[in-house]
Design a protein around this ligand. Structure first.
Ligand SMILES: Nc1ncnc2c1ncn2[C@@H]1O[C@H](COP(=O)(O)OP(=O)(O)O)[C@@H](O)[C@H]1O
Ligand SMILES: [Mg+2]
Length: 436
């Protein structure tokens, strides 16, 4: 993409409405634009990152046999009357009437919808277990939308649902998701720590929130100091028995607000760490709550009628864009981890009016593209200082600088955004490096 043609409305000044660094940088880097409180348009650079994150989530869901479908954003209220949630779900639910005066709503989540789909079509134990997910926009009319995409009203979530014949099966599904979440975050360059979360009326130990630590996080957490040093995403065979692995990973104290235990914390002494964190995922086992109410029934091998056991599993896809920036930036701007970067490399032409320089840049651009490398090519007629500042702001992992002076010696400068390290290389070695 040539920057001269790209829609990248960057801002020079810090927008005053933004309280935290990720929100400021997303606005300044031209990634999003607010439409109304907690509702955003995603501009090309931001949308690009959102899609990268979505794709990692998708691949890791598919890897555990979870199948993608897509459910509507607008749901009939009757579905929620069946589960009994229409009246209890508070003002966060956006309620709408259609032209026939039928009650509709903009989905804040999809337990009812998926259970209805499942109940209508699955009858036999042979079809279980089933893991289904979608990546779809949600609406929750939050009292206090804030921090940009971190707490929006409209936001993109991956929500998955599991159906199993019994509680043991549900636990296997839960464990698969648990491990797959750790892999998902690790691929994005994040360390997300699973923490015991409130299970509600079901009780037990099968609810975890996944948090990344950040001073700007909305959740207060407490954990054993060792949790901060653990290798969460070690290589794990997903087809093996995951219970001992999950038991091991959850053996150290790590709890969110409602689950904190003063006794345990006192006993931990100096090992206790309290911090703030950003909730980037939440997994939950809720037994037969929805399957019972919505009359999902499956015939067992012995011919008995069984109410399937369910769980639900959310990842805040749009929140992750902000969360990654919170975890990875410096005073000059964003530092994208390679896996979610909107472009792999930014190519900077230092002197667009110098014919040799222009030709060298155009050729390098073409070659990189031919190699399948995603390049953002700054071919604009602006000062070098502006170009460097822009590149640092938007945080592409590599910057390739081509100027007339180095060009005479057949040399270009490659900068790693994260470390600021610069190398002078030949054209060929740059291509080889990016290729591989
Ligand atoms: N208002 C929001 N804005 C952005 N992301 C959200 C919002 N609410 C929830 N999420 C994301 O979706 C995931 C699943 O949501 P869930 O646990 O149901 O929400 P909550 O924790 O607000 O009850 C959360 O872990 C979070 O990452
Ligand atoms: Mg939650």
């Amino acid at each position: 993409m040539r920057l001269s043609r790209y829609f990248l409305p960057t801002l020079k000044e810090n927008p005053s409405e933004a309280e935290i660094v990720s929100h400021r940088l997303m606005l300044r880097a031209g990634m999003i634009r607010q439409s109304s409180a907690g509702i955003y348009s995603w501009l090309p650079l931001g949308y690009n990152v959102l899609k990268k994150i979505e794709q990692i989530v998708r691949e890791e869901q598919n890897a555990i046999g979870c199948q993608e479908l897509v459910m509507p954003t607008i749901q009939p209220a009757d579905l929620w009357r069946e589960s009994g949630r229409y009246d209890v779900y508070g003002p966060e639910m956006l309620r709408i009437k259609d032209r026939h005066e039928r009650d509709m709503l903009y989905g804040p989540t999809n337990e009812e919808q998926i259970t209805e789909i499942f109940a209508a079509s699955v009858r036999s134990y042979r079809d279980l277990p089933k893991l289904l997910y979608h990546i779809q926009w949600k609406f929750r009319d939050e009292v206090r939308p804030r921090f940009g995409v971190m707490r929006g009203r409209e936001f993109l979530m991956k929500d998955a649902y599991s159906f199993d014949m019994d509680a043991a099966g549900a636990r296997r599904s839960y464990n698969k998701m648990f491990i797959s979440y750790l892999k998902t975050y690790e691929r994005m360059g994040l360390t997300a720590i699973p923490m015991a979360a409130d299970t509600g009326p079901i009780g037990g130990d099968m609810s975890h929130e996944f948090l990344i630590l950040a001073d700007t996080g909305e959740s207060e957490i407490a954990c054993h100091g060792k949790c901060l040093e653990m290798d969460w995403a070690k290589d794990i065979d997903l087809d093996g028995d995951l219970q001992p692995i999950v038991d091991d990973l959850t053996s150290r104290y790590a709890a969110t607000d409602e689950k904190r235990d003063p006794e345990v914390e006192k006993a931990l002494g100096d090992d206790l760490v309290t911090a703030r964190g950003i909730e980037v995922g939440h997994i939950f086992y809720f037994g037969t709550k929805y399957s019972e109410a919505m009359r999902a029934r499956v015939t067992s091998e012995d011919g008995d009628e069984v109410v399937p056991e369910m769980g639900s599993y959310g990842i805040g896809v749009s929140r992750l864009v902000g969360a990654i920036i919170e975890a990875s930036h410096d005073e000059n701007g964003i530092i994208w981890p390679d896996a979610v970067a909107p472009f792999a490399i930014g190519l900077v032409n230092l002197k667009v009016h110098d014919e040799d320089c222009r030709v060298a840049c155009d050729e390098t651009y073409a070659k990189l593209q031919a190699e399948g490398v995603e390049v953002l090519y700054d071919d604009r007629d602006t000062r070098a200082g502006v170009k460097f500042a822009n590149m640092d702001l938007i945080g592409l992992p590599w910057q390739l600088v081509i100027g007339p002076r180095n060009l005479k010696n057949g040399i270009v400068e490659l900068k790693r955004r994260a470390t600021g390290e610069r190398e002078e290389l030949s054209f060929d070695s740059v291509l080889a490096k990016m290729r591989g």
